[in-house]
Design a protein around this ligand. Structure first.
Ligand code: SF4
Ligand code: SF4
Length: 191
C-alpha cells in the first residue's frame, strides 16, 4: 500500500543489544536534546503579563460605531447577519421616533443587537457587508468566561461610548486599499 508520508517506520522484534538494555545511551541522548532546547529562545510568552504585537488588521472583538455626533450608525438592515457564515448575529429593528434623531442616525435602528462570540469565527464578513460603516472588528481580545451566557454580547458591550475620548479607534483597518475602494461614488451612502 502506498504511504501518505515518509514518516512511517517498520517495527521489528529484533533482540535488544546490551547498550540498548541499559538505556544509558538513550538517556544521554534524551538529556542532550533537553539541554539543547533549554538554551534556545522560548517560543512561548508569559501571557497575560506579556502580549505579542498584533497585526494592524487583527480581527478581534467587534464594535458598533457611532457617528461624529454620537449617534448609532447601525440601521438594522440585517446585512451583517445575512453575511455571517456562523449565524452569530441576531437583531430586532425599531423605527426611530421623533426626538430620537440625536440617538440614531437612520430612521431605523437596532433595538436589540447581539453577537454570539462562541459562534463567531472572526472572519470579518459582517464588517465587509455593512453599508453604514457601523460594525468593525478591533484588536481587542474577547475575554474568557466560565459560563456560556456571557458570550452573548449585546449593545451594552458592542456599542462604543458616546464620549469622544473613549471611542474605539478603528483607523488601522482603513488601509490605503480600503480608502481607495471607498472613493467609489457608488459607495457615497456609506459615510
Ligand atoms: S466576524 Fe464573521 S463570524 Fe463573526 S459575527 Fe462577523 S460575520 Fe459572523
Ligand atoms: S451593523 Fe451594518 S450591516 Fe449590520 S444591521 Fe447594522 S447597518 Fe446593517
Amino acid at each position: 500500500m502506498q504511504t501518505l508520508t515518509n514518516r512511517s517506520k517498520v517495527v521489528s522484534n529484533k533482540k535488544m543489544t546490551f547498550m540498548e538494555k541499559i538505556y544509558l545511551p538513550a538517556v544521554i541522548k534524551g538529556m542532550y536534546i533537553t539541554i539543547k532546547h533549554f538554551f534556545r529562545k522560548k517560543a512561548t510568552i508569559n501571557y497575560p503579563e506579556q502580549t505579542r504585537d498584533f497585526s494592524k488588521v487583527y480581527r478581534g472583538q467587534h464594535v458598533l460605531k457611532r457617528d461624529e455626533k454620537g449617534r448609532e450608525r447601525c440601521t438594522a438592515c440585517g446585512l451583517c447577519a445575512v453575511a455571517c457564515p456562523a449565524e452569530a448575529i441576531t437583531m430586532i429593528a425599531a423605527e426611530r421616533k421623533p426626538g430620537e434623531e440625536n440617538l440614531y442616525r437612520e430612521e431605523k435602528y437596532a433595538t436589540v443587537y447581539e453577537i454570539n462570540m462562541l459562534r463567531c469565527i472572526f472572519c470579518g464578513d459582517c464588517e465587509e457587508a455593512c453599508p453604514k460603516e457601523a460594525i468593525f472588528l478591533t484588536d481587542r481580545i474577547v475575554a474568557s468566561e466560565y459560563e456560556r451566557e456571557p458570550f452573548i454580547y449585546g449593545k451594552d458591550i458592542l456599542v462604543e461610548p458616546v464620549d469622544p475620548d473613549k471611542r474605539i479607534d478603528i483607523s488601522a483597518r482603513q488601509t490605503d486599499k480600503v480608502l481607495e475602494f471607498k472613493k467609489n461614488k457608488r459607495l457615497s451612502h456609506n459615510k
